[in-house]
Write a protein that binds this ligand. Sequence first.
Ligand SMILES: N[C@@H](CCC(=O)N[C@@H](CS)C(=O)NCC(=O)O)C(=O)O
Length: 388
Amino acid sequence: MWRPSFTLFRKVILTSTKETSAVSRVFYSSRGRAPRSTAKLTLVSASVGILLGAGYGGYTHYKVNSKKTQLPVENEQYIFLPKAPEYKPHYRVVNDADNSNLELIFFQYRTCPFCCKVRAYLDSRGLSYDVVEVDAVLRQAIKWSEYKKVPILLAKVDGGYQQLMDSTAIISVLETHLRDRTAQIKELIRFYPATRYTADDGKQTTEISNKYFIMHNQPMNNEAVRNAEIEEREWRKWADSVLVHMLSPNVYRTPGEALDTFKWFEEAGGWRDAFPAWECALMVYVGAAAMFFIAKRLKTRHHLKDDVRLSLYDAANKWTRELSKKGTKFHGGDQPNLADVSVFGVLSSIEGCQAFNDLREHTQIGQWYDDIKEVIHRRRGQVIPVKN
Ligand SMILES: N[C@@H](CCC(=O)N[C@@H](CS)C(=O)NCC(=O)O)C(=O)O
């Protein structure tokens, strides 16, 4: 698992702070505020912390840089396009009741958990959007983007199209905008600065600061609402950092399961309509073989149990135990919140796989899953395939 070096940490934090403070409008998050009486103590502790941190940081910096060349860090700009790139939508979701005025183009791999999460969100908010299936081999459809992962969302704004990237950041930006329509997407992205760096393993990685935060244009004085948001953020993080890592080792557990999973991807993703036959075969057979081996490494990296199914069940049990404690239908109460939508989205990516059937059979998650699926499908617009 990659860990940030001090140099990187410093640069990321400084970049974000600079970016955020450059914006004239003030936004508030629901991060808890220290009461006045503790402010002095906090200040003193912070100063001591800074001194110790600086000393330790200097030492770490010396150690790191005496061994390696410095890792390049740059502040990656979100791409703004004066006009939409040429694209072929695979299908459109059209909702006549959508009054958001948003025009959205969504670039995805159909069964990528992060993409499923964003689709679950867009549908839960009844938004209309065009869907472009990106081919996993050549990724032609996103060649205009410097950021090479999916999901990517393009939102039509004044003067062109604004790129949004990273599933969690996409959801937070859109949710902030939908709650306060005066907050323009173009302006909001400055609260979610993107930083690209080369990680210790040599991989290019993009990190988006504040991505779990919904921004507010006034202080959050209601403690109950604030606590609910804090909890919602924790579960959204859990979906990204725990739940998602259960998936690959489970759906590619054996060579047979890996092949079945890829065949299901081919079918669910409509690959045969979108890509030539040779590319489909390449993606299915090469993909299944590669993922079978990669899944073994992921199992070790994320400390899954020997029987990886047990880790998947543990995660589902953790989620449903919390739900039972609350005694509500969803984590959000009567209605799903962003944590429900995120966990549903991630799990829906394996719905056609044996691992998902086993999960339903061996845990209590089925009822919650069916309930939220019903809500999201009810709110979703009409799915209109586009013939190319
Ligand atoms: N943190 C990102 C992760 C996105 C991600 O890792 N996407 C994968 C697909 S599941 C990807 O595009 N990988 C690069 C590739 O396939 O070339 C998010 O939440 O959107």
